[in-house]
Design a protein around this ligand. Structure first.
Ligand code: DX5
Ligand code: ZN
Length: 213
């Protein structure tokens, strides 16, 4: 299981310290939540902060764009060293073009789905996705309660992926903790984003190991 601690839950006054903790941990990825205040009712952080994180981080950077018109910024993320980049299904009119653009810039292309968006809508785009990010909370904030329906979506998506013989990864984001992590793993998740469960834990390094299962 790939673990992606979400920097949104880190202490922004001690960002380098928190990234170094992730560097020392068993986590494979670092999750970056980019919010524009339009697609989601919150603003997180932008390019200067991403570039500071990229300099300090020794893990794979996984950026989750919760923004409208993401195509405008894809190249910037590639230049900053982001390797996994996801855009929202609900924010892309020309999703096929957006994903090809991400791949052409040498990154892995992901599609993020809001909790209400059914996985069967990926039927005609799955081949263009290196990974699918299933939201298990409504995007915009950390520390929210896990929406149980996400487990069913993981299982249905896994079935679609296996039926077609694809290698598409399934990432789950929102409210993930040591209690639901084994359930998500059993349903077919490959990567788990964890913000508050990691950064608010008394021992974040041990919490990451617990999430890996
Ligand atoms: C929510 C973000 C998540 C968030 C997860 O909009 O996409 O990545 O940081 O935080 P937790 O794990 O606290 O739910
Ligand atoms: Zn996220």
């Amino acid at each position: 299981m790939i673990i992606a601690p979400s920097i949104l839950a880190a202490d922004f006054g001690n960002l380098a310290r928190d990234i170094q903790m992730v560097n020392r941990s068993e986590a494979e990825w670092i999750h970056l939540d980019i919010m524009d205040g339009v697609f989601v009712p919150n603003i997180s952080y932008g390019f200067p902060v991403v570039s500071a994180i990229a300099k300090e981080a020794k893990k794979v950077l996984d950026a989750h764009l919760m923004i409208i018109d993401p195509d405008r910024y894809v190249e910037n993320f590639a230049k900053m060293g982001v390797e996994y980049l996801s855009v929202h299904y609900e924010a892309c009119t020309h999703l096929h073009r957006s994903l090809q653009n991400i791949r052409n810039l040498g990154m892995k292309a992901g599609v993020a789905l809001n909790p209400h968006t059914p996985v069967h809508l990926l039927e005609d785009i799955l081949e263009e996705c290196d990974y699918v990010l299933l939201m298990s909370v409504n995007p915009g904030f950390g520390g929210q309660k896990f929406i149980e329906n996400a487990v069913k979506k993981v299982a249905a998506l896994k079935e679609m992926i296996l039926k077609r013989g694809l290698q598409t990864l399934i990432e789950v984001d929102g409210g993930v903790n040591r209690h639901n992590a084994p359930i998500l793993a059993a349903a077919g998740a490959d990567a788990l984003v964890a913000g508050s469960s990691v950064f608010n834990a008394p021992d974040p390094l041990a919490e990451i190991i617990a999430l890996k299962g």
